[in-house]
Design a protein around this ligand. Sequence first.
Ligand code: G3D
Ligand code: MG
Length: 195
Amino acid sequence: MSDGTGQTKAINAILKLVLLGDGAVGKTTLRRRFLGEGFKAGYSATIGADFAIKRINLENYRLTFQIWDLAGQQRFAAVRELYYRGSRGALLVFDVTNPSSFNNLPSWLEELWKKAGRVPMILCGNKIDLRNEVPKSIPPELGQEYARRLSEALGYEVPYIETSAKTGEKVNEAFFLLGLSIIRSVKKPKSILEG
Ligand code: G3D
Ligand code: MG
């Protein structure tokens, strides 16, 4: 979009993002890490979820991420309905030191797809700082392979990234990648301004 001076005008968009994955994989810690200081936070008692806002600039977009995170392990269906409603992207998280959190990914996806549709997402293997301490951890190849299969099934790329919410490694990258995936998925940029 040009403003007539030859400069590209930034496109503003508000994007609701949801964090998914088993309890204790590090969703809340990832979110806190990414937000750092000076974010606006809120809490929806109805949904039992926290949300916080962070603005980032990405390409010619000014994105306002509204990041949602279920408080505790809410399993009440009506609540989860609201949690997912209107979300534009998802960070699907497992703990590389906890194979069952990896094996449970399909059930999280099923829920996401049912309630939010096939939104852009990234797969995130967290707690890599602990990988060498745990004999049966999930190797990077397995995460990559799963993301590749998901990408194939969905027809768009689902990136895989490995993070440590403890050290901060790749945490910003994970959220930026998700932002990029959303931008790429939008054919008409204006459509992400809606809803
Ligand atoms: P959840 O929101 O997915 O349920 P949390 O998970 O963010 O509450 O994290 C669960 C526990 O894992 C927390 O420990 C948290 O500090 C820890 N954790 C999260 N991410 C990492 C990581 O990347 N590396 C390591 N080593 N630990 C991590 P506590 O002890 O507070 O319950
Ligand atoms: Mg949490």
